[in-house]
Write a protein that binds this ligand. Sequence first.
Ligand SMILES: [Zn+2]
Length: 324
Amino acid sequence: MTLTQSLRRSFAALAGGLLLAIAAHAAHAAAPQVKTQAPGYYRMMLGDFEVTALLDGTRVFDVKFLTAKAADLQPMLSRQFVRIDEIDGAVSGFVVNTGAKLILVDTGTGGFWGGNALGHLVANLKKAGYRPEQVDIVLLTHLHADHVGGLSTSKGTRVFPRAVVHTAKADSDFWLSERIAQQAPREAQEFFSLARSSAKPYIAAKKWSPFVGTDEIVAGVTPYPIAGHTPGHTGYVFTSKGQTMLVWGDLVHAAAVQMERPDIGVVFDIDGPTAIKTRQDLLADLAEKGTLVAGEHMPFPSLGRLRKEGAGFVWLPVPYKARP
Ligand SMILES: [Zn+2]
């Protein structure tokens, strides 16, 4: 081997070694992506009441559920940089600690509906520092699967063993009726059967307590009928030290569409025209008063206020605060 050949060889070996070293270094420097999200709860105070938003999950809200043509929605969604096949569909519930009672409004899907993306409300309740057995009262806005599904386990036991469950009698009578279920279309059957199986262990334990009217449930907590979506669809008003929050259930399903166009409904509305009128009137009232809103399907943490703009509204999410 000549000197030149030998030098070439050693340089080649050196270069190869360097490349390996660089590759190893690069592999070291790039930490694996974590791909999990922050815990699904957010806390704030309402007077003396502690409010914790609990995420059941998020997934895409299918545009086919809206009573509007996809093509008509495109310009409005483009202005918000929302793709029509990626409309945000959050599912949340809210736990309010009044100091005297621990109250949960809506229970998420319980994993009975919407696949793995949903069904995490109880896990997030625990992460937020509460145990299901501490819940004194469950308030249901209505008995659709994404609100009542988390109430009972697949074995038919109560997830909230100490809780008394309140919901409007009109919703209870409707969704728990086998006679009405039999007359309903096939695709609606699972809504009826899930409402029945969720309620069953609470009825058996005499912890199912439907209400009529708007009498205060406990101090500072009052039902607020929001007509149209289901026969007894009801929000709940929480008031403490002059501060007010309305948990509005399914007044709005797809914020990206229905804030700007409250006249667009969803196919799940039992009484579509009433649901639209109710939404238009209530959004206007809430915007005027600056009422804090907890909206089960608003982008998490699903807490905010409204500002009127043109014929529609703008959602103003609460600012993140490191301490409640
Ligand atoms: Zn819903």
